[in-house]
Design a protein around this ligand. Structure first.
Ligand code: 13P
Length: 253
């Protein structure tokens, strides 16, 4: 059975003190829950919080992810943070290619090829984000766009490496807007992604691939989105910034 994941992307929010409070609240709330299914809970705080947050949570229950990493391994790259540095402080995953990074920081498939390589080399999980803009959906290009984002950045990988990827489908029009994709829209895109992966890597890898949905997931819509057969969890922004709503979403799996 493929792994279920609920991941919280904190983006550029909270100072360390608030982040620590949020992380320990999530940790405490989680202790009191008996979750119905095996689900991996991931939180992705800003870089500055990673070390201290990983010290206040039970690392058997909550995995720490960063939101980005450098394209290179080390050296004269002022201001960058390498995958090896993240691994060294206990990160298990790295979010890559979030639409905000593509839109505001010019991340391209070429950048993402390098970042993915760094993350895999350091034995962490790339959470690879993809998703179309509203105009692209309206022009009925959404399947093609998502397929291209995935194939350009990931299809050079060996089967062994690809088996470590997690994909997060995040339609740009649903991020932070309160407009979530309908369960049908999420399911048809996730099924499409799985079909594309199947054609390239075969049934076993495609069937085992965890595909998360992200974009305005809230406690009141998580259950119906997660109930779709090809939706294996969520990448949560706003609603992961409160322990109670994040836990409600985790319970919806
Ligand atoms: P929201 O849940 O706030 O829409 O953000 C989704 C997201 O971008 C997660 O990476």
């Amino acid at each position: 059975m493929r792994k279920k994941i609920v991941a919280g992307n904190w983006k550029m929010n909270t100072l360390v003190k608030e982040g620590l409070a949020l992380a320990s609240n999530i940790n405490d709330e989680l202790k009191n829950q008996t979750l119905r299914n095996e689900v991996e809970v991931i939180i992705a705080p800003p870089f500055t919080h990673l070390t201290s947050v990983s010290e206040v949570v039970d690392n058997n229950k909550i995995s720490i992810s960063s939101q980005n990493c450098a394209t290179e391994c080390c050296g004269a790259y002022t201001g960058e943070i390498s995958a090896e540095m993240l691994k060294n402080i206990g990160c298990r995953a790295v979010i890559l290619g979030h639409s905000e990074r593509r839109a505001y920081y010019g991340e391209t498939s070429e950048t993402l090829i390098k970042k993915t390589e760094q993350v895999l080399k350091n034995k962490m999980t790339p959470i690879f984000c993809c998703g179309e803009m509203l105009e692209e959906r309206e022009a009925n290009n959404h399947f093609k766009i998502v397929e291209t984002q995935i194939s350009e950045a990931l299809f050079h990988l060996s089967e062994e490496d690809f088996a470590n990827i997690v994909i997060a489908y995040e339609p740009v029009w649903a991020i932070g807007t309160g407009v979530t994709a309908s369960k049908e829209q999420a399911q048809e895109m996730h099924a499409h992604i799985r079909t594309v992966i199947k054609a390239k890597y075969g049934n076993t890898i495609a069937d085992n691939l965890t595909i998360l949905y992200g974009g305005s997931v809230k406690p009141n819509n998580a259950k119906e989105i997660f109930s779709q057969p090809d939706v294996d969890g969520g990448l949560i922004g706003g609603a992961s910034m409160k322990a109670e709503s994040f836990i409600e979403i985790i319970k919806a799996i």
